[in-house]
Design a protein around this ligand. Structure first.
Ligand code: ADP
Ligand code: ZN
Length: 723
């Protein structure tokens, strides 16, 4: 009987398609193949093979593709991801299957050149320069050689034709050298050693349960990284592979150097900035087992590890782990699932765990390993509030007198201060004082943010930008456009006036010059070569600035009033993280927090240094409201170019929602950001009791409802992180 293969294609398709397996081709589940799809050829992955009678009238598989096969645990992860997020199975597969693009393919055949030892027949000055560089006999890429010699590429080509240079294949360097688990290391403290033993002793979970997940909790600076490095070392000693997930922003040179300090070499890294050829080589190295440790952003979760033995999710509470477009998945939750399929332990590390992980640790689903206090007995920063109702800044200023004094004292002591404001740009709103016009994005329901450095008004949703006009575009009045409220650039201006002779840097994702320049700048801050750092959440996390002793939070209330059920948790985590930057070096640190509501439970918990109190209150509040993890949430976002049609579609869906007991459907309501990139958004919110299979409910509901037509779209977000 002919064999039939079910091939899953990495496109937005729900099911695998059947193809005939031609004679002489033996396929197994997980193999990557090429198949015809309509008029073209595409790649896919064998999801199953069977002997079946109907094979005759199916189109045949074209052939096998040279790419690492998808292991069974990875295929299970794809199935699970699709089922959980209700994304098409092919879209879930696309996360795990990124084949080389054409540019990368071309690079495969890259050759280099070196001196052949024969003289050039026609010596010229330019040729002489090239040969002088090539005289060392090293192999270089053609353009690298031309650049180094300061001549054009044609000179190099001429020398090749002439025989004075010879072409050789460039041998690629290994993507990563093997980490040495027994590299000499700093001794661990007793508490760290005990925590490390706990992690290493973690049992491997069986696929049916979540045992094997550990919450590693300890305040910032408690030494968690060193502890999970031990688990990574043990995993490598065992000949298995380890994956360390980090929010992309925390993947700094500083961290990679720390890794190198512990393991002798830097790890292989994986993030959106890693390009074509290198991506493929890392994937291949991971699949062959040659790469033993990967440190990567959330997409690293879908790499084809051959022998995964450990997953660490650092800063597990970070909302950056949630992918908010395409397949809406949470990398922390998916890590726990992958750990189950791979039968390997998963360590979730955080100073401020998510409520979900805390509840799982309390209920015993996860094991809880804690580190007490900071490493070396360093004190946590002393945190005090500045009540802005009493200590008002001058008009048009944003630093209160006590804040200014504290910065002064810090600088006088030769120490560093960080002023934290989670707002990019100069001012979040521009208003015409003559006519009242406010500058709004033309594609989104957002105010345009002034960026003075770029001399532009910019939308932070869609990137739309316009030049800041001289006169109001509505009424024509000159000199009436007024920036309202502060962004980090405006704080920098104020600080520069107050401290004219001090070195001030502004660090936000707008930092000019790209990621590499930003990385360098972070290093100069760490080295103490700057006095005042003014930054957004970019500086709040993961960095170690040993000279920093004062953290000033300029607006602690920003995140508290969003109406989002996670607002309290987010704000608490962010403020804990940023105040925790102070005093990580020799000298003790302190934090001052400007707030209009010092009695707000989040602020009060922060000031008391009593995280336990925050967790207790927040967990009982969630339980009482039936919010996650005590109940479940899912959102349907209906969007379209015409407001009325999007709303009408939402209403039509609501009419057939027909929620069973334990399920509540709210809306459609205008999403908090109603207009984004020219699309109007309406939200239906599904709130269920904990035991309900929300995916089945959503699937049935959407099958009953009208299908979106034209430019309408319905996106599904199970476990939405923010509203
Ligand atoms: P966390 O990850 O909990 O924020 P880190 O692992 O970054 O904490 O440790 C905080 C600081 O203490 C770092 O500067 C680190 O180098 C130092 N440190 C941690 N453990 C040790 C140790 N055993 N010996 C010496 N220094 C340590
Ligand atoms: Zn916009």
């Amino acid at each position: 009987m002919p064999a039939v293969a079910d091939i899953l294609i990495p496109l937005a398709l729900d099911t695998a398609y059947s193809y005939a397996v031609p004679h002489g081709l033996t396929l197994a589940a997980g193999d990557v193949v090429q198949v015809p799809l309509g008029p073209r050829e595409t790649i896919g992955v064998v999801w199953g093979v069977e002997e079946r009678a109907s094979g005759g009238n199916l189109r045949p598989v074209t052939g096998r593709v040279e790419a690492p096969p998808l292991s069974e645990p990875l295929r299970k992860l794809v199935d699970w991801l699709a089922r959980y997020t209700l994304a098409p199975k092919g879209s879930a597969l696309a996360m795990a299957l990124r084949l080389p693009d054409e540019a990368a393919q071309r690079e495969t055949s890259r050759i280099g050149v070196r001196a052949s030892g024969r003289p050039a027949s026609r010596p010229t000055t330019a040729r002489g320069k090239v040969l002088a560089v090539a005289a060392d006999g090293a192999v270089r890429g053609k353009s690298a050689l031309a650049k180094e010699a300061g001549v054009s590429l044609s000179v190099v080509d001429g020398l090749i034709d002439d025989g004075a240079l010879e072409a050789v294949a460039l041998v690629p360097e290994p993507v990563a050298l093997p980490p040495d688990p027994d590299h000499p290391r700093v001794p661990l403290s007793e508490a760290q050693a005990e925590a490390a033993r706990d992690l290493i002793a973690a049992p491997s979970p069986s696929p049916a349960e979540t045992g094997g997940t550990i919450l590693l909790e300890g305040v910032t600076g408690s030494g968690k990284t060193e502890v999970y490095f031990e688990a990574v070392a043990e995993c490598v000693r065992d000949g298995r592979q380890a994956l360390v997930l980090m929010p992309e922003i925390a993947l700094t040179a500083q961290f990679l150097d720390r890794f190198a300090g512990r393991f002798g070499v830097r790890p292989a890294t994986w993030h959106s900035g890693i390009g074509g050829k290198r991506r493929e080589r890392i994937r291949a190295g991971v699949a062959s087992g040659e790469v033993s440790v990967v440190v990567g952003a959330r997409s690293a979760l879908f790499l084809p590890f051959a022998r995964l033995g450990l997953i660490v999710v650092d800063e597990e509470h970070e909302s950056a782990y949630k992918q908010e477009d395409g397949v809406h998945y949470h990398a922390r939750d998916m890590a726990v699932v992958r750990g189950r399929f791979e039968r390997c332990p998963v360590v979730l590390a955080s100073a401020t765990p998510s409520i979900e992980s805390r509840v799982n640790a309390q209920s015993g689903r996860y094991r809880h390993v804690s580190l007490p206090g900071r490493f070396g007995g360093r004190p946590l920063p002393d945190i005090k509030a500045i009540d802005m109702r009493l200590d008002k800044p001058e008009v048009g200023r944003f630093l209160s007198p006590p804040m200014v004094n504290a910065v002064k004292a810090t600088l006088a002591a030769g120490e560093q201060a960080l002023l934290f404001l989670n707002r990019r740009g100069y001012a979040p709103l521009t208003l015409c004082r003559a006519c009242g016009h406010r500058y709004q994005c033309r594609n989104c329901s957002t105010w345009l943010v002034e960026h003075r450095f770029r001399r532009a008004l910019v939308c932070h949703q869609c990137g739309y930008a316009e030049r800041k006009p001289e006169a109001c575009t509505e009424c024509g009045a000159f000199d009436h456009l007024t920036p309202c409220g502060p962004g980090v650039e405006r704080i920098a201006e104020e600080a520069a006036e107050l401290f004219p002779d001090k070195r001030i840097v502004v660090l936000s994702s707008d930092f000019p010059g790209g990621a590499e320049r930003l990385r360098q700048e972070l290093e100069t801050v760490a080295a103490g070569e700057c006095d005042i750092v003014i930054g957004t959440q970019l500086v709040a996390k993961g960095h170690n600035f040993p000279h920093l002793t004062l953290v000033g939070v300029l607006d602690a209330d920003i995140g508290l009033t969003t109406g989002d059920p996670r607002a309290a948790e987010r704000t608490f985590q962010l403020l804990q993280q940023v105040t925790g930057r102070a005093g990580r070096g020799e000298r003790p640190g302190r934090a001052l927090v400007q707030t209009y509501q010092p009695d707000h439970p989040v602020i009060a918990a922060l000031l008391s240094g009593d995280a336990e109190r925050f967790y207790e209150e927040e967990i009982s509040a969630r339980e009482a409201a039936g919010l996650p993890p005590f109940g479940r949430l899912a959102a349907l976002i209906v969007s379209g170019e015409e407001r009325e049609k999007a709303e009408a579609h939402g209403q039509a869906l609501a009419r057939v929602a027909d929620p069973p007991p334990g399920v509540m459907v709210l809306g459609p309501a205008e999403a908090p950001l109603a207009l984004v990139r020219g699309r109007w958004r309406f939200r239906l919110l599904v709130k269920t009791e904990r035991g309900i299979d929300v995916q089945s409910y959503l699937r049935d509901w959407l099958a009953r409802g009208p299908k979106p037509r034209g430019n309408l779209k319905v996106a599904i977000d199970v476990d939405p992180q923010s509203f």
